[in-house]
Ligand binder design. Structure first.
Ligand SMILES: CC(C)(COP(=O)(O)OP(=O)(O)OC[C@H]1O[C@@H](n2cnc3c(N)ncnc32)[C@H](O)[C@@H]1OP(=O)(O)O)[C@@H](O)C(=O)NCCC(=O)NCCS
Length: 168
């Protein structure tokens, strides 16, 4: 399925709320995203993304036929890590398993490497998140190792996997 990444628009807020109001997605992300996830939450997120420093945060809606199906962003790190960026993404559940995330990851990495001085993009999925690990592998990321007991989510101590893509 052909997908694109584009800047967020405030008119996407209802659609974003519809997609992200899903525990199966939130269970695989960091804490801090409200559940239930409302249109007001989506408005706050889009508003924040429209006003970010565009040299630090690279945030996009993932679309199919210009309809939002997910979200992807890379965040520049700080201090000695300032030329690295952390990647995060999710799709609405109806769109899983169609190759969309792999395509979106490839597109954002191309954008970041072509438009910024960033030399390393990394992602840290929970070790059990086989779909996300596979997405990163298909997008050319290298598995660098397991980060043991690197997170506590819903009271469970979890391993994470470090994947990175370097600028050629
Ligand atoms: C992870 C996520 C983004 C994947 O998106 P997607 O568009 O379905 O991914 P793709 O279709 O590009 O690729 C998924 C791959 O994982 C594989 N996969 C899916 N579930 C799997 C599982 N349980 N075990 C092993 N492989 C699995 C698919 O077969 C596919 O690989 P293939 O093309 O070799 O067959 C989506 O499931 C999602 O949004 N999940 C919730 C949020 C999340 O986990 N975000 C990532 C946080 S790091």
């Amino acid at each position: 399925m052909q997908c694109n990444i584009r800047e967020w628009r405030m008119e996407d807020k209802s659609r974003l709320a519809e997609l992200l109001n899903n525990k199966k997605i939130l269970n695989n992300l960091r804490d801090g995203i409200p559940y239930p996830y409302t249109v007001a939450d989506a408005e706050e997120y889009i508003s924040a993304m429209l006003s970010v420093d565009k040299t630090q945060t690279f945030s996009f809606a993932v679309t199919v036929d210009d309809r939002v199906v997910g979200s992807i962003a890379a965040y520049r790190c700080e201090n000695i890590h300032s030329r690295t960026a952390e990647l995060g993404y999710y799709l609405g559940e109806a769109y899983w398993g169609k190759g969309i995330a792999t395509s979106a990851v490839k597109q954002i990495c191309k954008y970041v490497f072509e438009h910024t001085d960033i030399i390393r993009i990394f992602a840290e999925p929970f070790s059990y998140n086989a779909a996300s690990c596979r997405v990163l592998e298909k997008a050319g990321f290298e598995f660098e190792g397991t980060l043991h007991s690197n997170a506590v989510k819903d009271g469970k101590i979890l391993d994470m996997k470090m994947y990175a893509l370097l600028k050629n």
